[in-house]
Write a protein that binds this ligand. Structure first.
Ligand code: UDX
Length: 454
């Protein structure tokens, strides 16, 4: 019934696994579905396939409580749920711009074909605007009309490293619905979140809207965040040309509450599974809709972001006294320590990681690149096997002519400049995330270069 609907999550990747586990924690009876038998077996055995703080414990607790199960059986999934959340991936298409919706299509079709009673199918995956309408048609095609199966859309806003809290304590819930029944069902499916907030004396704002707006909220939020980061990186470029210091500039403008100081950290720019892909898919979709001009600035946002990578290459060449030819600098014969491979700290995720892209650029320029990352080694080695991977920071910097800090892990921020200085061949450092204290490193005899600081 609607008071305590049983919920399923289709796709147990980053999004679906986190949601399934957290909704069981909120007291719902939950079934997670995936076509990957290996993943399902692991989850049922209490093993989380991703690195996310706090998730392991919640998984084990809720498996033991009998509220949570995972299955590869779509008929069972269809039978189980009153509300089905679609959480499958929407990767970048091979053409590099639009989103690939084949997993959405496969999961919705598979589910719809097995439904035997009225249910609500809710999209959560990040999709091009218009997808919910298409899913509704797909469902109509694959379920008998008298079942009355309905569709809704409810985007998510998870940040890696904070995903558990982002699900249990979201800063808003957005639902795109077409009927009162769907609205009521989704309210019931979110009630656990509202109840938790009430016990903690918080409120979670609820935005009830149409399909298109619900779909757009997600991509608009990510486009805004990407733009904010590229804005400050553009200011870093101007600081580099004029002798200003972007870290002080960011601090000064961030005191204005209309601007705010978050997501205003200049450096190597944004990466990860969401922001880069989402701004490209958003542009592609706007183009299809005849609104391409409105999002032309996102192309600039992308370019500013990518220019940060070549800036690091340039700083490296400068510090090493290498000249740039038309094909970029020649770094052959140099040994470079790369600290950081993940797209941000406290994750093992290297998808679209600026750090790893820079490491590959340095390697391509001829440098002998030695990489260390506290959590991302396994994924990095798989993604860019041609680099040398070291077991710890000391091994990576030993004998290096230059050290590049490319992800702001606490281990690197807290590193001792004199200790590292004894290991390197030359005390030269590029701080691509502006996470070090220049005075400290300069005093220890290092030649220091940050991003957008003199
Ligand atoms: C992001 C959004 O924050 C989240 O709401 C959405 O659901 C998915 O995408 P995530 O990919 O986990 O989440 O990463 P986030 O913490 O947002 O960082 C994105 C990238 O921006 C990282 O590479 C980070 O290093 C970079 N960044 C962030 C900056 O370069 N400067 C900043 O000031 C902030």
């Amino acid at each position: 019934g609607a008071s305590r609907p049983r919920v399923t999550f289709l796709g147990t990747g980053y999004l679906g696994a986190t949601y399934a586990i957290c909704y069981a924690e909120l007291g719902y009876e939950v079934l997670g579905f995936d076509v990957d038998a290996d993943k399902i077996a692991k989850l049922n055995a209490g093993e989380v396939p991703i690195h996310e703080p706090g998730l392991d414990e919640l998984l084990r607790r809720n498996l033991a409580a009998g509220r949570l199960r995972f299955s590869t059986n779509i008929a069972e999934t269809a039978e189980f749920g009153d509300v089905h959340f679609i959480c499958v991936g929407t990767p970048q298409r091979a053409d590099g711009m639009g989103a690939d919706l084949s997993y959405v299509e496969a999961s919705v079709t598979g589910l719809a074909q097995h439904l035997t009673r009225k249910a609500l199918i809710v999209g959560k995956s990040t999709v091009p605007v218009g997808t919910a309408e298409w899913v509704e048609q797909l469902v109509g095609k694959h379920t008998p009309a008298d079942l009355g199966v309905e569709v809704a859309w409810s985007p998510e806003f998870l940040q890696e490293g904070f995903a558990v809290d982002d699900v249990l304590r979201p800063n808003r819930i957005v639902v795109g619905v077409k009927s009162e029944w769907a609205n009521g069902m989704l309210y019931a499916a979110h009630k656990g979140v509202f109840d938790l907030a009430a016990t903690e004396d918080r409120e979670v704002p609820l935005v009830v809207t149409d399909f298109a707006t619900a779909e757009l909220v997600k991509v608009a939020a990510n486009a805004f965040l990407a733009t904010k980061i590229s804005f400050i990186n553009a200011m870093a470029e101007v600081c580099e040309a004029s002798g200003g210091d972007v870290t002080q500039l960011a601090k000064a403008i961030g005191y204005d509450p209309r601007i705010g100081n978050r997501f205003l950290q200049a450096g190597l720019g944004f990466g990860g599974a969401c922001l880069p892909k989402d701004i490209r898919a958003f542009q592609a979709r706007a183009q299809e809709l005849g609104a391409g001009e409105a999002l032309r600035f996102l192309h600039e946002v992308d370019l500013i972001n990518l220019r940060r990578r070549t800036r690091v290459l340039q700083l490296a060449a400068d510090l090493l006294g290498r000249r740039s030819g038309p094909a970029g600098p020649d770094l052959s014969g140099t040994r470079i320590a790369v600290l950081g491979a993940t797209f941000k700290p406290n994750t093992d995720d290297v998808r679209d990681a600026p750090a790893l892209a820079v490491a590959a650029l340095l390697h391509k320029a001829g440098a002998n690149v030695h990489v260390y990352d506290p959590q991302g080694m396994e994924n990095a080695r798989r993604a860019v096997p041609e680099l040398t991977y070291e077991p710890d920071m000391a091994e990576a910097v030993t004998g290096a002519d230059l050290v590049c800090v490319l992800t702001e892990w606490a281990d690197f921020r807290n590193a001792d400049p004199s200790h590292l200085g004894d290991l390197v061949a030359g005390r030269r450092i590029v701080d691509a995330r502006n996470c070090l204290d220049p005075a400290l490193w300069t005093q220890a005899g290092w030649e220091y270069r940050g991003m957008g600081r003199p």
